[in-house]
Design a protein around this ligand. Structure first.
Ligand SMILES: [Zn+2]
Ligand SMILES: [Zn+2]
Length: 236
């Protein structure tokens, strides 16, 4: 999330555990800050500069605005709004609610996705489970299913998306709105994970291919007639 973040002094009591996203308007109703408790000691403030209407000056109204902002962030990251992204957004939100997750600055939260479709981008954006940090793994079965693990609590769940007929043309937008607003239990089947919690990402030694001269991860080497070969050269 590219939002501006900083630690802040708060003038209100910490919410009771467990919590996911407790927020409060700090600066009147023009410059709005959303305060998200990520951890008992850490809170991130996302400065969005949004305006809250008179009628929304309550927790439900602010939550609604925050959710819309998070959805916009996902769309910005992904490049467009689509039903697939909406499913990912709702799956991440469901995992956050059930497991009490915060964003994963390191590898605290791990997601194993069984698809590589649009939905995965919302999960990356909301939970910071990313390909580069090693806490997003794609184990392709082609099912719209996502397993979430919290290394801190040891808890995990698998969220499987129910089957919906794909609407055509303009109905796509209606379908997206439906996904964004439907109760979680009408979209997903929650179950136990099928995979073990993956090991933490490792740092590997590097080797140099004796054929092409390019350096690469040593555990991917093939040794043939005493020569170290990279994957490309071992196949040619
Ligand atoms: Zn998409
Ligand atoms: Zn090579």
């Amino acid at each position: 999330m590219a939002a501006e973040t900083f630690e802040a002094v708060v003038d209100f009591p910490m919410p009771p555990l467990p919590y996911t996203a407790i927020l409060r308007i700090l600066d009147g109703y023009v410059n709005t800050y959303l305060v998200i408790f990520v951890d008992i000691n850490v809170l991130l403030i996302y400065k969005y500069g949004i305006t809250v209407n008179e009628k929304d000056k309550n927790m439900a109204g602010v939550l609604n605005i925050m959710n819309k902002k998070i959805w916009e962030k996902c769309a910005e990251f992904h490049g467009h709004k689509c039903p697939g992204l909406a499913f990912g957004y709702r799956a991440a939100e469901t995992a956050i609610d059930i497991l009490g997750l915060g964003r994963s600055d390191d590898e605290e939260v791990v997601c194993i996705s069984e698809t590589d479709a649009c939905s995965v981008d919302a999960i990356q954006c909301m939970l910071s489970c990313t390909a580069g940090k090693g806490n997003l793994l794609i184990k392709m079965t082609g099912k719209n299913a996502y397993s979430f693990f919290d290394r801190r609590s040891g808890k995990s769940i698998r969220i499987l998306t129910k089957r919906f007929e794909k609407p055509a043309g303009n109905e796509r937008n209606d379908f997206m709105e439906f996904i964004l607003n439907a109760p979680s239990e009408s979209l997903f089947i929650i179950g136990d994970v099928k995979h073990a919690l993956p090991e933490k990402a490792k740092i590997y030694d590097s080797a140099v291919c004796s054929e092409c001269g390019e350096p690469f991860r040593s555990d991917l080497a093939t040794v043939r007639e005493g020569c170290i070969l990279c994957i490309d050269c071992s196949r040619s």
